[in-house]
Design a protein around this ligand. Structure first.
Ligand code: TRP
Length: 444
């Protein structure tokens, strides 16, 4: 089928890499990464996570780029193009994942917008836990969620070059600088030492359970935006001369660097105020209760640092949300032949509505997060690995286009064919029943 206008493209290689890094770097790096690390043995978890990124995340990332650029279409069409109609439902699953993830992700992002403003005004108050309870559910949460979705839709509506690429090429370098600056500031705190010790201790006792393995893999997928066609969709706007292996390594390295440096910010701050015991109490606790409490007690410095900290989260969340919406919008453009503008407005609106239950009840939000990660992303990643490893006609030829002379295809394909599916199956067998139990609990 010939579409009326030629397909959009990134203006530059740097633009694509920044957009992909923008997708990867988000709440996952600053929120999930630190609480998972705190919960599971500090640096031991970081090492496990790194291994998961290298052997599971990176091969799947390259697979998504290869599939996206090879087909030059949105996920549903890309899978149909190389695999026939039988594979199209997988593309629909990706779109569904986009709905679910963006719906609750935007609610959390909405909290961070509100917190940025409150940090700037120094208005957290003296009861951060009570405050979080008030703003995380109900009308307050709904308003900021809707505002965040409106901004996300507006950027996506402006297109690849003028919306997504422009936003991310400005935002990502800035974000990186600010995170580094915050880490330098954190190093000057009195109790930075114990914070680092807590973060970088290596307690391997806890790491080799199935649950921790699955958390590490799930986090690698979530943080790299894998398993639902986000990277695939971005790669579909690439030209043939890009060096995909190099780019996937750059994206993964930047994503890991931001997560690691964010840890160097979060842990010293928590310890400086003697709040270490509260670090891993709850998944949202450290970021949305303990840290605001800390900023509140630091006076004017807390105002500045707090504002920068939460603004960083907002920017990271925004550039990630854009990529989630782009999967849905690109699919609507390709399959329904809608204009970009209409797709972004209509589907942005529907996803905003889907987020309302999460904005009203934090348990719904938690359940959506669990279903998305444990079932959609890991299942989607498994299917993608099988597809590119076994079904797609000539994935290696597609990698070689633009990357002549790369030698480790064999390793990549072996990981994709055997290692990735084995690891993901092992994890899914355990994660699916756990998630079903959570869902059952929710409806009881
Ligand atoms: N990677 C982002 C983060 O770390 C979240 C995200 C964006 C995402 N797009 C995605 C997660 C696609 C899974 C799939 O916050």
């Amino acid at each position: 089928m010939v579409s009326a206008s030629p397909r959009e493209q990134w203006a530059s290689k740097f633009g694509f890499v920044m957009a992909a890094v923008g997708s990867a770097v988000g709440l996952g790096n600053m929120w999930r990464f630190s609480y998972l690390t705190a919960e599971h043995g500090g640096a031991a978890f970081v090492i496990l996570y790194l291994a998961m990124m290298l052997f599971v995340g990176l091969p799947v990332l390259l697979a998504e780029l290869v599939l996206g650029r090879g087909a030059g279409r949105s996920p549903v069409q890309a899978l149909g193009h190389f695999g026939g109609n039988a594979w199209k439902p997988l593309g629909l699953l990706f779109v569904a994942s986009g709905f679910v993830i963006l719906a609750y992700y935007s609610v959390i992002a909405g909290w961070t917008v509100r917190y940025t403003i409150e940090a700037a005004l120094d208005s957290f108050g003296s009861d951060p836990a009570g405050h979080f309870g008030e703003i995380s559910e109900g009308p307050q949460a709904i308003v900021w969620h809707l505002i965040f979705m409106a901004v996300t839709s507006a950027i996506v509506a402006r297109g690849i070059k003028g919306g997504i690429e422009l936003t991310t090429t400005v935002a990502m370098p800035l974000l990186f600088l600010v995170v580094c600056g915050l880490a330098v500031y954190a190093a000057t705190l009195d109790k930075a030492g114990p914070g680092y010790t807590y973060y970088l201790q290596t307690d391997f006792n806890d790491v080799f359970s199935r649950e921790v393995l699955s958390e590490a893999a799930g986090q690698a997928f979530f943080s790299l935006s894998l398993g639902m066609g986000a990277m695939l969709t971005y790669a579909s706007y690439l030209s043939k001369d890009q060096h995909l292996p190099n780019e996937s390594v750059m994206i993964a390295a930047a994503d890991f660097a931001v997560a690691f440096i964010a840890g160097l910010v979060v842990f010293p701050l928590l310890f400086a105020l003697g709040l270490s015991s509260e670090v891993s109490e709850s998944t949202v606790g450290a970021l949305f209760i303990t840290l605001p409490g800390a900023f509140g007690r630091m006076g004017a410095t807390g105002q500045i640092i707090g504002t920068l900290f939460f603004a960083t989260l907002v920017v990271g969340a925004l550039t990630s949300a854009i990529s989630l919406l782009e999967v849905v919008v690109a699919s609507a453009m390709d399959t329904l032949q809608w204009s970009r503008h209409k797709s972004a407005v209509v589907f942005g609106g529907i996803i905003a509505l889907c987020g309302l239950p999460a904005a009203v009840d934090i348990d719904v939000l938690g359940a959506m997060d669990e279903v998305a990660n444990n079932i959609f992303l890991l299942g989607g990643g498994l299917a993608l690995a099988v597809f590119v490893g076994w079904v797609m006609p000539d994935p290696i030829g597609e990698v070689q286009t633009g990357a002549p002379g790369v030698r480790w295809f064999f390793l990549w394909r072996t990981l994709l064919r055997f290692v990735v599916p084995a690891v993901l199956l092992y994890i899914l067998v355990d994660a699916v029943p756990r998630t079903v139990a959570t869902l059952a609990g929710l409806f009881r």
